[in-house]
Ligand binder design. Structure first.
Ligand code: ADP
Length: 288
C-alpha cells in the first residue's frame, strides 16, 4: 500500500495558490499532515479523495493514477471531510444502513451485520436509535469514522477530525483511529500537533502550500535531543530574547512567560534543558 503525491500544484480561481509543487510518499500506517489554517491541507485531502482537480502533478495509489481512475479509487476510499454534514432527523442506524447500501452492500442481513459491527466499534451501538442532531461533537465524529470505514477501505482520509472536541472525546476518537492503522493508508490532517505525536509513524509539515518537512516524528524528536532549553523571563525581556535566540514558543506559567528555544548548546546557567516535543519540531520547521 502506497500513496504517492508528485509535484502537485493547485491554484484556485482568484489566484490563491493553495499547493506548490507538493511531493509526498505515504506508506501504510498512520500519516500525520500538519500545518496552520490555510496551509493547503484540505485542498490536498480533497484532491487525493478525487473530489477536486489539480493543475499539475500526479497522485497515485498503489500505482493507480487517482485523477484518471476516480471510480476505482473511490471504491477503496474512506473519507471523513472537515465539514461532514449530517441528516439531523435520522438515526445513526438508519443513516449508516443507507450509506452502506450506497457503498454497494445490498444484502439486508450482510448490511445489518456490517452496520452493527461499525456502530459497536465506534461505541455508538447504545445510541443508534437517537436522532443525529442530539449527538455531541465527539459522537458525530465517531459516526463520521463509522461511515468512512464502510466497505473496508484501503485509503482512509480524515480531515481535522479533533477540532472542537473536548479532551475526553478527542482521546476516545484518537484511540479509535489508532485501532484502524496497520495495513491501510490512513492520512490524518490536523493543526493539532500532539494528535500526530500520539499516533503517527510518519508525518509531513505543510505551510503556505509547501511541504516544509516529511519524515518520522520519532526521528525528528531525536534530532532535537539536547537542543531545547527553557527559561522563565519577564514580559518586557521577550523582545531582547527574541533577538538573541531562536525562540520556538512562549507559554505562560503562572502568568509568567516561559520561553522554549533551540540552541546547539546551553546558552547559560539560567536556561534549563527540556525534552523535545513535537511542537518544537513543528515550530522549528515553520520558522525556517
Ligand atoms: P487548510 O485545510 O490547511 O486550512 P485549505 O486547503 O482549506 O487549507 O486552504 C488553502 C488556501 O486555499 C487558503 O488560502 C484558502 O483560503 C484557499 N481556498 C481553499 N478553498 C478554496 C476555494 N474553494 N476557492 C478559493 N480559495 C480556496
Amino acid at each position: 500500500m502506497i500513496l504517492e503525491v508528485s509535484a502537485v500544484s493547485k491554484t484556485y480561481a482568484g489566484g490563491i495558490q493553495a499547493l506548490k509543487d507538493v511531493t509526498l510518499t505515504i506508506p501504510a500506517g498512520m500519516f500525520g499532515l500538519v500545518g496552520p489554517n490555510g496551509a493547503g491541507k484540505s485542498t490536498l485531502m480533497r484532491s487525493i479523495a478525487t473530489l477536486q482537480e489539480i493543475n499539475s502533478g500526479t497522485i497515485s495509489f498503489n500505482g493507480l493514477d487517482v485523477m484518471k481512475n476516480r471510480m476505482a479509487v473511490r471504491e477503496q476510499l474512506g473519507y471523513l471531510p472537515q465539514d461532514f454534514g449530517l441528516y439531523p432527523t435520522v438515526s445513526a442506524w438508519t443513516l449508516l444502513n443507507y450509506f452502506a447500501a450506497l457503498k454497494g452492500i445490498t444484502g439486508r442481513s450482510e448490511r445489518h451485520r456490517t452496520v452493527e459491527g461499525l456502530l459497536k466499534r465506534t461505541n455508538l451501538w447504545d445510541v443508534r436509535k437517537r436522532k443525529l442532531k442530539t449527538y455531541s461533537g465527539g459522537m458525530r465524529q465517531r459516526f463520521g469514522i463509522a461511515q468512512a470505514l464502510l466497505g473496508d477501505p484501503k485509503l482512509i482520509i480524515v480531515d481535522e477530525p479533533t477540532a472542537g472536541l473536548d479532551p475526553e472525546e478527542r482521546n476516545r476518537f484518537l484511540n479509535l483511529l489508532s485501532e484502524i492503522g496497520g495495513q491501510v493508508v490512513v492520512i490524518l490532517s490536523t493543526h493539532i500537533v500532539v494528535d500526530v505525536s500520539d499516533l503517527c509513524s510518519n508525518m509531513a509539515i505543510i505551510a503556505n502550500g509547501e511541504v516544509r518537512m516529511t519524515g518520522s516524528p520519532r526521528e525528528e524528536l531525536r534530532k532535537l535531543d539536547g537542543r531545547i532549553w527553557v527559561k522563565s523571563v519577564e514580559r518586557h525581556e521577550l523582545d531582547v530574547y527574541g533577538q538573541r535566540f531562536s525562540i520556538l514558543s512562549t507559554h505562560l506559567r503562572e502568568g509568567r512567560p516561559h520561553i522554549r528555544i533551540f540552541a546547539g548548546q546551553r546558552p547559560d546557567e539560567s536556561f534549563e534543558p527540556a525534552a523535545p516535543e513535537l511542537d518544537d519540531v513543528y515550530f522549528r520547521y515553520l520558522r525556517n
